[in-house]
Each structure stands twice: as C-alpha cells, then as structure tokens.
Design a protein around this ligand. Structure first.
Ligand SMILES: [Mg+2]
Length: 434
C-alpha cells in the first residue's frame, strides 16, 4: 500500500502550570499530528512531541516516506541506533523528554510506525492491536498523575482554560486533587511528581495520599533525579511502608551509577522498594548497564520515543527475561497519543503497572479526536473494536490547534525559562538540589 503523502500538523495545546524539577509547564505545549495518506485515499494518524525542532525533523524524513509501502515502512526506516558519541550522556537528566537530541530519530520513527499501523488497520478493518498479535487485555489501566501546580488551567488571556484543580502546593491539596481525579476517572494507582519542594514536604504528601486512599492503592514518587544519595535513601527509608505493595521510587537520583549505588545501600538496609526510571534509562542502549548493575528494577517505556508499538513489545520480552518490571511514561498529550499508548499496553503482557498519563490535565477545548475526549472506565481506557487506533481526527479542532501554533504559542518546551519568568529570575536546575 503506497504512501502518497505525509501531512505534518504542528499544534499548540493549553497546558496548566505544573511543577517538576525541570521547572514549570508553560501556558501552551507543542504537539505534532501526522497523517499518512495512502494511494487509495485512506489516512493513518499519530501524535508526537512537537516544537520547531520536531517539525524540521518530520519534514526532513518526508521524502523517505512518500512512495514507501505502508506494510514495510517500519523496517525500511528503522534507525540503526542512536546518534550519541560513545560515552555521551544519553539520559534525560538535563533534558525533558521530547528535547533529547539522541532519540530525535526514534521520535519521528515512532510516530511513523504508529501511523502506518493505524493506516493498515483501517485498510484491513482491524484494530491496531490485532496487527501485533492481538490484545492481552480489553481495557488498559492508567494511573492518577498528581502534580504540584500554580492556579490556572493553561492558555492565556481570552484563551485561558478552566481550572478545576486550583493551586496545589500542600499535602492536603495534593490529596484533594487526587481524590477529585479518582472520582472522575476511577484510577487505581497514583503517582506524585516530586522534586519541587523539600523532600520532607513531599513525603508528607505521600502520607496524606495514603491516609486519603487507604492501604490498597499503589503509590509512586518521581523527583526526576534531583535528590542526593543520602536524601533518596532517607526518603526510601521513611516511605518504605507507603511505597510498598506495587509502588515504586522513580529516578530518585541522577544517572545509572547513582541509581545502582542507591540500590546497593537500600538492599544493605533491607529496603526493597523498586527503583524505576525513564530518565536514566531512555532506550535499549541503556539496558545492559542498568541490568548488570541492578540500577533499575522497573523500566518506564514510552511508545513516543522507544520506537513505536513493536519496540514496546520487544522491551516487554526483554524485561521479563531479565526480571525487570515494565511501566509506561507520559508527556503532555491528547487523545491520539492516549490511544497509541493504550494499544501498546494492550499488546504487551509484561506491562503490569498502570500507565502514566497527563490526560486529565488537558482540556476538552484542545482535543483533536472526533467526538471529544476519550472516556475512561474504572481508571481504564477500553480498547475499541474499531479499525486502526479507533479514533478519527476532528479537523476543525486540528485547525484551531494549528492556529494557536501559528500565533507563536508553545514552539519549544522550556520549563526552566517559564520558572524564571514566573517564579524566580535566578532559578536553574540543580542536581542534586536536595
Ligand atoms: Mg519519570
């Protein structure tokens, strides 16, 4: 099935002012939506990280895509490896996901792989999961993803979005926001983005969540690498009960060496809380060292930069082989990405943790999926029986997203710059911060 066109749509979507150790989310986030058009007029879609660099990358790949066969396009375009020099820091320690030059090719490839699967699914009348061996679950669990934030729902001036969560800076506010998210979506696992306030306060937030939610809900804590070994050990010790039973500690310290050393110290003290990573482990190339040094016990995959859905299946087999757990990372995204993530999880039996998602933080005003936002059922996204990913584009909404981007909004993710603009002109990312 010959590809006759690759349409690339840069869009901006409103994003609330969420804190992380990288800084603060700006009022708009960039995304890219692609359409693969076949010779018989069918269209396959995917959603990717956005911004000017990503846009240029998709445009550079376009000549290789036009004329290719949708059935064999993934094999033809598979990147040989990453573009890092030997010994280079491939991690996301200093770069937010989507801005890492070392997986730039993989991000484009991932979107093309997903769009080609969507296209083939539409042509064959089968859901994407059926093209990859079939679903192992009919509904994919996602986790509540709590953030500290300023008041505001994203967007600016007359384009500002409603904010149902308000300012979140205290343990009580974190617990209230999660209660609200759970009542709306039904999530059964919870993650708190940390590394924002002194660890003592963030530990109190985890305790508040445990008190609010009872003993059954697994809790995870992710400070994105900004703790020292001593601090991370103290948090692991202090929260050994709260993070047990299916919870984990995600990227508490920087780098695989740091994670390995923390693990050694924790095990010597009888602490078995697993360490998870999407910062120190960003692709297959990181697995040998991570496994050899027991640096990471849970890998967070992401179909947006690991290479699409088939690579997530490969990763699942590897994780099971080496007794690693598998979870899923998320970035700001809309419904097309959510469905790609759901199909990836549906065809990967080794994925046993609820997937992260930023989806509750996005607004219906920005959704590009026809029919509006994807509906969750008891914390899960049901896998539809419809062909492809199971969603179509709303072209009016897509045009609105393009118009926001054309106005110059959200062309590059710059969390540190937003932090300096709104909070502290002297702010810079510091590792370790605590
Ligand atoms: Mg993370």
């Amino acid at each position: 099935m010959r590809i006759t066109d690759l349409k690339i749509h840069p869009i901006a979507i409103a994003d609330p002012p969420l804190f992380s150790s990288y800084g603060l989310h700006a009022s708009y986030a960039p995304r890219i939506v692609i359409e693969l058009v076949s010779e018989d007029g069918l269209i396959g879609i995917a959603e990717a990280h956005g911004g000017e660099a990503a846009l240029a990358a998709f445009q550079a790949w376009r000549p290789r895509v036009i004329g290719a066969d949708a059935f064999t396009l993934p094999a033809r375009l598979l990147p040989a490896g990453d573009s890092a020099e030997p010994g280079a820091d491939r991690s996301q320690t200093w770069r937010v996901p989507g801005e890492n030059p070392f997986d730039a090719d993989w991000r484009v490839y991932s979107a093309l792989e997903i769009a080609s699967l969507d296209l083939l699914g539409r042509a064959l009348g089968r859901p994407v999961c059926d093209l990859l061996g079939g679903r192992v679950r009919d509904a994919v669990p996602f986790s509540a993803y709590a953030f500290y934030k300023l008041a505001g729902g994203g967007g600016e001036a007359e384009d500002a979005r409603d904010d149902q969560y308000g300012e979140i800076r205290t343990p009580a506010a974190v617990a209230a926001s999660v209660r609200r998210m759970i009542s709306e979506y039904g999530f059964r696992e919870v993650k708190l983005k940390a590394g924002v306030f002194p660890p003592r306060e963030e530990m109190e937030a985890i305790r508040a969540l445990r008190a609010e939610l009872g003993p059954e809900i697994p809790l995870r804590l992710d400070p994105n690498s900004v703790w020292s070994l001593t601090t991370a050990f103290d948090v692991a010790l202090g929260l050994r009960q709260e993070l047990a039973q299916g919870g984990y500690l995600e990227d508490p310290v920087a780098g695989l060496d740091g994670m390995a050393e923390l693990r050694r110290q924790m095990r010597a003290a009888g602490l078995e809380t697993p360490l998870a990573s999407n910062v120190a482990v960003t692709g297959f190339q990181d697995l040998p060292a991570a496994i050899a040094n027991d640096a990471v016990q849970i890998v967070l995959c992401d179909p947006h930069y690991w290479g699409g859905l088939r690579q997530i299946q490969h990763l699942g087999r590897l994780c099971a082989t080496f007794h690693l757990g598998l979870s899923m990372h998320s970035n700001t995204h809309l419904g097309v990405s959510l469905m790609a993530m759901a199909h990836a999880a549906a065809v990967t039996p080794q994925l046993q943790f609820a997937c992260d998602t930023h989806y509750p933080w996005q607004s219906a005003e920005d959704e590009i999926v026809a029919g509006g936002r994807i509906r969750f059922h008891e914390g899960c996204v049901p896998i539809p029986g419809r062909p492809g990913l199971g969603v179509d584009l709303d072209y009016d909404q897509l045009a609105r997203g393009r118009e926001r981007y054309r106005r110059g909004w959200g062309h590059r993710r710059d969390d540190a710059g937003e932090m300096r603009r709104r909070i502290d002109p002297a702010w810079r990312r510091q590792i370790p911060r605590w």
